[in-house]
Design a protein around this ligand. Structure first.
Ligand SMILES: Nc1nc2c(ncn2[C@@H]2O[C@H](COP(=O)(O)OP(=O)(O)O)[C@@H](O)[C@H]2O)c(=O)[nH]1
Ligand SMILES: [Mg+2]
Length: 338
């Protein structure tokens, strides 16, 4: 079997097999997410993306359409640089669950050799989804994608976690997709560093825009406690920025996209150093999660269906062995040389 290191070198080489090696690496990250640790260990001097953008929001708000538009605009501005798209959304056109029109639209990027598209279906997966997504993002960075866009539907813990792992989280809202109160409940408001009110071609978009501005200002001032001497209350390490921007776009009609990409470029420039440092911290966290995932798999095997597992579990039910003892025994067995 080819090692991750060889595969990585191949993927970076730009040679005839590079595309396939990159695709294989991404598949390995999805199927065996714990191997991310191995990948990171061999990648210290590799290139880093300029921007890992998380795009999240309610289903139907227009995340995929917006992703497509942003990708087109970024490709236009940076014709020589690669771009990666990861969709973690079972209904995404990238995963095949969408209308024919959406799929046809995405095909434009599918034939662009500088664009790498991957999808992860979050349904029916047990563990390691978030880690798998991080692995795919790392591979995209390592093969030279300057921009990586991660689309996740803004429901569920792991999806929010995946978006939160990006350098910058863009939250998409659209009229008719639930109100700002619901967003607050879903924790999306706190996660967002930049907001887009999409479907500006709809008459009620302007009202949503105003609502969101008010809600964001209120929560921003409350968070920074600006009504009392802000200087004393502020954490010294915290960079005090302006309240997050809210842009009005129509992804369908290609309006406001250039302004959005301008803002993304501005933020990437402004935060370059901070994001690099943060990604380094995240690598440590990714190794931690890889350790946990590997241990989880081994334990799962030890109490699995083919390994006398059910009998041992029944022992706990029958009271012949306590849970603690079973766990201790499993750990001792796992540690024993075999
Ligand atoms: N009117 C209007 N419809 C849009 C706009 N953007 C997306 N849509 C439509 O909204 C629906 C959901 O879009 P999609 O990008 O799949 O949303 P996602 O579920 O958030 O990824 C599709 O039918 C899109 O064509 C927009 O700016 N205006
Ligand atoms: Mg989508």
């Amino acid at each position: 079997m080819t090692s991750l290191e060889d595969m990585s070198a191949e993927a970076r080489s730009g040679g005839p097999l590079a595309q396939r090696a990159a695709a294989r690496l991404m598949t390995i990250m999805t199927d065996q997410p714990q191997r991310l640790a191995e990948l990171l260990a061999g990648s210290r001097d590799w290139p880093q993306p300029r921007l890992v953008l998380g795009i999240t929001g309610a289903p139907g708000s227009g995340k995929s359409t917006l992703t497509d538009r942003i990708a087109t605009e970024v490709r236009r501005r940076r014709p020589d640089s690669r771009l990666g798209i990861l969709a973690v959304d079972p209904s995404s056109p990238f995963t095949g669950g969408a209308l024919l029109g959406d799929r046809v639209r995405m095909m434009r990027h599918a034939t662009d050799p500088q664009v790498f598209i991957r999808s992860l279906a979050s349904r029916g997966r047990l563990g390691g989804l978030a880690l798998g997504a991080k692995g795919v993002v790392r591979v995209m960075g390592l093969i030279g994608c300057e921009t990586v866009i991660v689309e996740t539907v803004g429901v569920g813990q792991s999806e929010v976690e995946i978006a939160g792992n990006a350098d910058l989280v863009l939250v998409v809202l659209a009229p008719g997709q639930g109100d700002t109160v619901q967003m607050l409940k879903a924790g999306l408001m706190e996660a967002g560093e930049l907001f887009v009110v999409n479907k500006a071609d709809r008459p009620d978009a302007e009202r949503l825009h105003q609502q969101l501005l008010t809600a964001l200002e209120t929560s921003y001032f409350a968070r920074h406690d600006l009504s009392f001497g802000a200087d004393e209350k502020m954490d010294c390490n915290e960079v005090l920025t302006d309240p997050p921007k809210v842009l009005l776009c129509s992804a369908a009609e290609d309006q406001g996209i250039a302004e959005l990409v301008d803002e993304l470029e501005r933020l990437a420039e402004l935060n370059a150093e901070r994001w690099l440092a943060r990604r380094e911290e995240q690598a440590v966290e990714e190794v931690r999660q890889a350790v946990i995932e590997e241990v989880r798999l081994r334990v799962l095997h030890a109490v699995g269906d083919n390994n006398g597992g059910p009998a041992r579990l029944r022992g706990v039910l029958a009271g012949s062995e306590s849970l603690d003892t079973l766990v201790d025994n499993v750990l001792v067995e796992l540690a024993a040389p075999n």
